[in-house]
Design a protein around this ligand. Structure first.
Ligand code: F6P
Length: 547
C-alpha cells in the first residue's frame, strides 16, 4: 500500500506550492473581480467565503484531483452506508444515522438502525418533557431544578458546548451543569449550593468504565444520599447514558433509567445521541430536533454535492494544502460569538483525537504531517491576546472566522462593533501593511523621519494570511447543528486524504494504564513499580509531603 505522498496528485500539489508560494492574495483578487463570488458557497444556513486563501483555480483543481485519488466520494458513501470503516475497532461510523431525519434505512450487519435510533429519541422526548414539566419528581416529591451531567471527553464537551451555544433557548427553571474533571474541586464547586432533593445527575459514559466519570458519579451519589438517606433515592436522581447496560446496573442505576446508544457512535461524535440528553433537557426536545435537522441538512450537502461545491470537503482540502504543502502546524477556530466560546475546545477533541495519528489505516507509518493543533478563542478576546502572533509571527496559521449577521442580544451598537472586528481582521490578515505604507503613515502623522524609519519594520505586516469567513444569519439550533456537522465532515475529509482511521483513539491508552499503576503506589504510599528517575523522584516527594 503506497502512501498518499507517492501519488502523482500529491506531487503535482508540491510543485504547485513552489510556484504559488510567493503569490499575493491581493493580486489574485485584483486579477479576478469574481473571485469572492466564485469562492463562496452556501448550504444548510451557512455561507462560507473561502476566497481569502492562497489558492488559484488550479490549486482547487489539484486538490479535488487529490480527493479523487484517495476516493473521498467512495469513503463518504461507505460511511453513510454503515460499512465498518473504523477498521481497528471493526465498527461502523454512523453519527449521521443519529440525525438522519429522512429516516432512510441505514444498515449495520443487515439490520436497519433507524428504528432503534428513533426509539431512543422517543424515550428521551418523554423523559425530557416529564422533567421540564416538573412531572418527574425527586425522591421527596419535589420537581427537578438542576441537572448535573457527569461525563468527560465526548460525553462532556459536545453537550457543554451546545448548551452554552444555545444560551438564549435555555429553560428558566431547569439549570444544567457539567462536571468532567476528576479533580474533586470540579464536583464540589458544581454542587455547592444545589439541593440534592431537586438535583438530577446524568451519568454519561459510553463505556461506563472511565475513571474520572465513575469516580465523580460515586461521589455524587454519596453527596445525594448523605442528604436523601435512602438508596432508593438513586432511581429518582440518577439516570445513565451509555452503551454498557451491565456496568450501569452494577453502578446501581436501574437500566429502566438508562438511555442507550451504540458502538458505532464515537465518543467525540456522540452529542447527537442520548449523550445529547442534557441539551434536550436544557433547551427542550423540539430545539434538540432542530439541532439534528441542521446537522442532517449538512450531511445531505456533504454526501451529495460535488467536491468542488462541497463546503466540508473544500475546507478539509484547504487544511491539507496548508498543513502538507505550506508547512502550517496549527489551525485556529475563531468564533465571533460569545455563545460559541467552547467551540474551539470541542473541536480540539473532535479534530485532534480523530486525526492525531501516525500510521495509516493499514498500520504503515506516515511520512507527512497529519492532524494540526486546533486552537482558538472567541473574538474579540483573542484579538487582545494572540492575534499578534498570527499577524506578525513567523508561523503560518490558517484561521476560520465564524460570525452571525444578527446577534442573539442586540444591544446598542455592540454587534456592529463586534462584526466590524470580524470583517477587519480577515481583511488585515490578507492585506497586511508594507514597509512603505507604515513609513508614510507615520510621517504623515508628523513623526520625525529617523524615528519613523526605525519603527517602520516593526509596524510592517506581511499579510497574505489565509482565512475562511463562515457566516450565518443567526446562531440557532439548526445553524449550530450544521456548523458542527460541517466540522465533523471536514475532519473526515482530512482523515481520508491522510489515509488514517479518524475513529479510534489508541493514543489515550498508555497514560490511563500508567495512571492505574501509579494510583496503586500512591494508595500504598510506596514506589514499587519501575519508573524513570524523574517520575520516581516526583512520586517520592509527593508521598513524603502527603504523610
Ligand atoms: O479520552 C478518551 C475517550 O475514550 C474519548 O474518546 C471519550 O470521549 C472519553 O474518553 C470518554 O469516554 P466514555 O464516554 O466511555 O466515558
Amino acid at each position: 500500500m503506497s502512501l498518499v505522498t507517492q501519488t502523482p496528485q500529491w506531487q503535482a500539489l508540491e510543485r504547485h506550492w513552489q510556484q504559488l508560494k510567493d503569490t499575493r492574495m491581493g493580486d489574485l483578487f485584483a486579477a479576478d473581480p469574481q473571485r469572492a463570488e466564485r469562492m463562496t458557497l452556501s448550504a444548510a444556513g451557512l455561507r462560507v467565503d473561502y476566497s481569502k486563501n492562497r489558492i488559484t483555480q488550479e490549486t482547487l483543481d489539484l486538490l479535488c484531483d487529490l480527493a479523487g485519488a484517495v476516493d473521498l466520494p467512495g469513503w463518504t458513501r461507505r460511511m453513510f452506508a454503515g460499512e465498518p470503516i473504523n477498521n481497528t475497532e471493526q465498527r461502523s461510523v454512523l453519527h449521521v444515522a443519529l440525525r438522519n431525519r429522512s429516516n432512510r434505512p441505514i444498515l449495520v450487519d443487515g439490520t436497519d438502525v433507524m428504528p432503534a435510533v428513533n426509539a431512543v429519541l422517543d424515550r428521551m422526548e418523554t423523559f425530557v418533557e416529564q422533567v421540564r414539566a416538573g412531572d418527574w419528581k425527586g425522591y421527596t416529591g419535589r420537581p427537578i431544578t438542576d441537572v448535573v451531567n457527569i461525563g468527560i471527553g465526548g460525553s462532556n464537551l459536545g453537550p457543554k458546548m451546545v448548551c452554552t451555544a444555545l444560551g438564549p433557548y435555555l429553560s428558566d427553571r431547569l439549570r444544567v451543569h457539567f462536571v468532567s474533571n476528576v479533580d474533586g474541586t470540579h464536583l464540589v464547586e458544581t454542587v455547592r449550593g444545589l439541593d440534592p432533593a431537586t438535583t438530577l445527575f446524568v451519568v454519561a459514559s459510553k463505556t461506563f468504565t472511565t475513571q474520572e466519570t465513575m469516580t465523580n458519579a460515586e461521589s455524587a451519589r454519596a453527596w445525594a444520599l448523605a442528604s436523601l438517606g435512602d438508596s432508593a433515592a438513586v432511581a429518582r436522581h440518577f439516570v445513565a447514558v451509555s452503551t454498557n447496560g451491565q456496568k450501569v446496573a452494577e453502578f446501581g442505576i436501574d437500566t429502566a433509567n438508562m438511555f442507550g446508544f451504540w458502538d458505532w457512535v464515537g465518543g467525540r461524535y456522540s452529542l447527537w445521541s442520548a449523550i445529547g440528553l442534557p441539551i434536550a433537557l436544557a433547551v427542550g426536545f423540539d430545539r434538540f430536533k432542530e439541532l439534528l435537522e441542521g446537522a442532517h441538512a449538512m450531511d445531505e450537502h456533504f454526501s451529495t454535492a460535488d467536491i468542488r461545491e462541497n463546503i466540508p470537503a473544500l475546507l478539509g482540502l484547504l487544511g491539507i494544502w496548508y498543513a502538507n504543502f505550506a508547512g502550517a502546524r496549527t489551525h485556529a477556530v475563531l468564533p465571533y460569538d460569545q455563545y460559541l466560546r467552547y467551540l474551539p475546545a470541542y473541536l480540539q477533541q473532535g479534530d485532534m483525537e480523530s486525526n492525531g495519528k501516525r500510521v495509516t489505516r493499514e498500520g504503515v507509518a506516515v511520512d507527512y504531517t497529519t492532524g494540526p493543533v486546533v486552537w482558538g478563542e472567541a473574538g474579540t478576546d483573542g484579538q487582545h491576546a494572540f492575534y499578534q502572533l498570527i499577524h506578525q509571527g513567523t508561523q503560518l496559521i490558517p484561521a476560520d472566522f465564524i460570525g452571525a449577521i444578527h446577534s442573539q442580544n442586540e444591544l446598542g451598537d455592540h454587534h456592529l462593533k463586534f462584526m466590524a472586528n470580524y470583517f477587519a481582521q480577515t481583511e488585515a490578515l490578507m492585506r497586511g501593511r508594507t514597509y512603505d505604507e507604515a513609513l508614510a503613515e507615520m510621517l504623515a502623522a508628523g513623526m520625525p523621519d529617523e524615528r519613523a524609519r526605525f519603527l517602520a519594520n516593526h509596524r510592517t505586516f506581511p499579510g497574505n494570511k489565509p482565512t475562511n469567513s463562515i457566516l450565518m444569519e443567526r446562531l440557532t439550533p439548526y445553524t449550530l447543528g450544521a456548523l458542527i456537522a460541517m466540522y465533523e465532515h471536514r475532519i473526515f475529509t482530512q482523515g481520508v486524504v491522510w489515509g488514517v482511521n479518524s475513529f479510534d483513539q489508541w493514543g489515550v491508552e498508555l497514560g490511563k494504564q500508567l495512571a492505574g499503576v501509579i494510583l496503586k503506589e500512591l494508595e500504598a504510599g510506596a514506589v514499587s513499580g519501575e519508573h524513570d528517575g524523574s517520575t520516581a523522584a516526583l512520586l517520592e516527594h509527593f508521598m513524603q509531603r502527603r504523610t
